[in-house]
Design a protein around this ligand. Sequence first.
Ligand SMILES: C[S@@+](CC[C@H](N)C(=O)[O-])C[C@H]1O[C@@H](n2cnc3c(N)ncnc32)[C@H](O)[C@@H]1O
Length: 199
Amino acid sequence: MTKELDVRVIQAAVRRKFAEAAHSAEGKFKYPTGRAGAIALGYDPSVVRDMPDELLESFCGVGNPFSLGPLNPGEVILDVGCGAGFDLIVASRFIGPSGRVCGIDLTPEMVERAQMNLRRAGVSNGAVHLAGSEAIPYDDSTFDVVISNGVLNLSPLKERSFQEIYRVLKPNGRLQFADIVLKLDLPAGMINSLEAWSD
Ligand SMILES: C[S@@+](CC[C@H](N)C(=O)[O-])C[C@H]1O[C@@H](n2cnc3c(N)ncnc32)[C@H](O)[C@@H]1O
């Protein structure tokens, strides 16, 4: 597919889609988003209940990376494709003040939204940067855990993204990600559809 669709063209289409979702994800995806999405995906109900609307309205994850295991106090976490930062806020509660949460995202509007949401949530040990999974702007062996939610399916360079994730993970670090996988071949009309890439 990437032979036919240029990487930059795909990334531009992905950015357009998520620039809109940075204001609100409501009605923009084929799956539940925002507070309803977080409840459906099994996030801790008390965390979701207490979270103000503005911190949840752009959440568009497809699973729950924390269902794969808890994070520990003091750990250093990277969220690849952090969107508006909901998982960073949840992660910050696991790791406490002695840990650190970092996010990267391809879409400038999502990065701004995540930075604002971290401030609003009082997360002072967090940072969010504009970057793609294909070139992660951190040194080798920086993170105890990499999380990601609904992102790697969007990268036209998946193998390079996984190489980058493994590079920045410490030895024995963990990768906890949720994503979409294809079980059947795509219908012919969808194979070259930019819209279908980030539906
Ligand atoms: C489905 S949303 C999920 C956002 C967030 N993880 C959440 O759970 O709300 C996908 C996010 O990944 C970002 N994204 C897409 N491709 C990316 C890539 N190659 N590297 C980093 N971020 C990417 C988009 O800008 C968008 O914010």
